[in-house]
Design a protein around this ligand. Structure first.
Ligand SMILES: Nc1ncnc2c1ncn2[C@@H]1O[C@H](COP(=O)(O)OP(=O)(O)O)[C@@H](O)[C@H]1O
Ligand SMILES: [Mg+2]
Length: 306
């Protein structure tokens, strides 16, 4: 298990796991933390968010597959940003999961190379696929902290049930007793509807009954910027810079008028979120006198409903 490791997870897709993973990873690297992003979603989009899919630098999970099958050293794609390396995912990741499904293979075969590589970094961020138990088991054996993105619809809360189930299994079997929820990120909130965001925050807090605090920072709904980000392989702060550059020099940036003016707000959200996540992690990792029963054995998802 890696202390400096957090996993983005929710059994539902489309709740912002990959967008947040990319922005946090790039944001932490900018702050001088040597960061490794581990992509465990063969069908995910974090590779497009960071742009190494578009540049042809993804290995489709080949390095992880070779490390698991042949015991080769795991080599990441290095420097997708200054201070940020990546273990990509793709078709070979499917093969890793198929191998794990075989009866004699165990999750530790996959953890070992990731753990050995991850020890060389200040921070490891894991992006996971929706509804894939085996990927969650790998991530939950590797990481110390869960970061749980949730959208405005209650369906994304249902997605926490799979998370809660695997969290319970991994902890109760002693596979990773230190795993703990770090917090919930409210994703895709309309800044024009602050009341709605407050309602969602109250619902989530009620559902989770204090098992995972909700981060103060919410990520605002900016569909135009989100589309541009993924298309161009830019994280929000980089997109904001591109918008500014284009505004300053419209002649060399045809189409600049179509860039999203709301980019500044989105970049600000991710700046604040990165600060909050890193601060909360640092606080949890600061040695303190032991307190009995500090992390809940289960996430009480669904407790407040019905
Ligand atoms: N701030 C945002 N506002 C609106 N849509 C967004 C925003 N950020 C990302 N998106 C879009 O939301 C969708 C889901 O995001 P994604 O990060 O891929 O979720 P997940 O990894 O949970 O499936 C994608 O189409 C993405 O482009
Ligand atoms: Mg994703």
């Amino acid at each position: 298990m890696l202390d400096q490791c957090l996993v983005l997870c929710n059994g539902k897709g489309g709740v912002g796991k990959s967008s947040i993973a990319a922005a946090l990873a790039a944001g932490a690297a900018v702050r001088g933390r040597r960061t490794l992003l581990v992509d465990l979603d063969p069908a995910g989009s974090v590779d497009q968010d960071l742009g190494y899919r578009q540049t042809g630098d993804s290995d489709d999970g080949r390095a992880l597959h070779r490390a698991v099958v042949d015991g080769a050293d795991l080599t990441p794609v290095s420097s997708v940003r200054t201070g940020l390396d990546v273990v990509p995912a793709g078709d070979f990741t499917h093969a890793v999961y198929a191998r794990l499904a075989a009866r004699d293979r165990r999750v530790p075969d996959v953890i070992a190379p990731l753990e050995a590589l991850g020890r060389g970094y200040d921070l490891v961020i894991v992006d996971t696929p929706p509804a894939t138990q085996v990927a969650l088991d790998v991530a939950f054996c590797l990481a110390r902290f869960l970061v749980l993105p949730v959208g405005i619809d209650t369906g994304s809360l249902d997605g926490l049930e799979l998370v809660s189930d695997r969290y319970h299994v991994v902890r109760s079997r002693g596979l990773n007793p230190t795993l703990e929820p770090l917090g919930v990120v409210l994703f895709g909130m309309d800044p024009a509807e602050p009341r709605l965001a407050r309602e969602v925050r109250a619902d989530v807090s009620w559902e989770l009954d204090g098992a995972a605090p909700v981060f103060d920072t919410v990520v605002r709904h900016r569909p135009r910027a989100a589309r541009d980000l993924r298309r161009h392989g830019l994280v929000p702060s980089e997109y904001l810079r591109a918008v500014w550059d284009a505004r300053l020099d419209p002649a060399t940036h045809p189409g600049a008028d179509r860039l999203d003016d709301g980019a500044a707000g989105l970049a600000e959200d991710y700046w604040d979120l990165t600060e909050e996540v890193l601060a909360r992690m640092d606080e949890r990792l600061t040695p303190r006198p032991a307190v009995a029963g500090s992390a809940p054995a289960t996430l009480p998802v669904g407790a407040g409903r019905g």
